[in-house]
Ligand binder design. Sequence first.
Ligand SMILES: Cc1cc2nc3c(=O)[nH]c(=O)nc-3n(C[C@H](O)[C@H](O)[C@H](O)COP(=O)(O)OP(=O)(O)OC[C@H]3O[C@@H](n4cnc5c(N)ncnc54)[C@H](O)[C@@H]3O)c2cc1C
Length: 316
Amino acid sequence: MSWPVEFGGQAASHVDRLVVTEELLRQGAPVAAHWVADRQIGPAILAYGTESLQRQYLPAIAAGTAYYCLGMSEPDAGSDLASVTTRATKVLGGWRVHGRKIWTSHAHRCTHAYLLVRTGERGADKHDGLTEMLTPMDVPGISVHPIPGLDGSHHFNELVLEDVFVPDDHILGTPGDGWQQVTRQLSFERGGAERVLSTYPLLSALLAEPAVRADEGAQRELGSLISTFTSLRWLYRRVAEAMDADAAPVGEAAAAKYLGTRFEKEVLQVVRKLAPRGQGAIGRLRDLAIQAAPSFGIRGGAEAVLLSIIAKQEFR
Ligand SMILES: Cc1cc2nc3c(=O)[nH]c(=O)nc-3n(C[C@H](O)[C@H](O)[C@H](O)COP(=O)(O)OP(=O)(O)OC[C@H]3O[C@@H](n4cnc5c(N)ncnc54)[C@H](O)[C@@H]3O)c2cc1C
């Protein structure tokens, strides 16, 4: 929605986009396939991609035919992304990439990957020498290995990169300057309504329970949740407004993610208390949320790391 019309977008604002995405999430719509590309890869291509990359890749994302996975985390680099060791070496016309990424959500279904790699030596500042690049998944040298979830589902993967050729025009921005860019991208990843609304369908099902509605103690608990939710809506709206002003709302996005994650867990706690044995829709949503809850505070940045980012920001 928020991309230029010439690339298949609607030139709408980020606040407009928020209105639509919030409604999709509120209804529990299946949105995962297009989420990463729409939320952060497209904006990264718009900000840092060459014109040929923009013309080649953005219309396919907008048309819903290209799906992106995120190759950031590695076995020894998750919270500390500056420690990535996947390496790209310069060759004629491009780069040769070797390394390993983990926790790559839905890589087995995606057509393209975003990669954060090391192209320069790790100097005094460990943030130097990082580079962002894109690659189709069907090029020689990429293999995808499933990492089964606790519930047996196939969501995570290990992405192995062996001598993968990435052409020069698939680099985002300037080689070696990737840290500033990825920081901005992470604020797009962290600051949206999806960091608050994972358990909203569950809250909504609880609100519809006649026994819960009739109970005064339950009403107090739900009232408290709803007032927190209202404050969080203002917070992620502020992030969208900052994006419209072309700012990188790093601190606000980290705060939205940290507080949103806590809210999602709180909803689950209240549901466990008020509807511990509920069946039907509420039982199904509760059981799904119990399985997913351990990941709320990890995906998109661990809680302790977000607190550290917030503490270092000067808020507007
Ligand atoms: C559902 C889900 C989907 C994911 N999808 C993707 C994906 O598609 N692509 C991708 O690249 N990654 C993905 N990840 C990985 C995720 O981003 C990392 O797991 C996360 O950044 C944490 O890194 P780590 O697992 O290496 O944990 P670690 O960095 O080892 O952290 C473990 C714990 O140590 C503590 N800790 C770490 N550093 C600090 C610090 N500096 N200060 C204080 N405490 C600290 C925190 O409590 C943290 O919870 C996904 C994760 C989940 C749960």
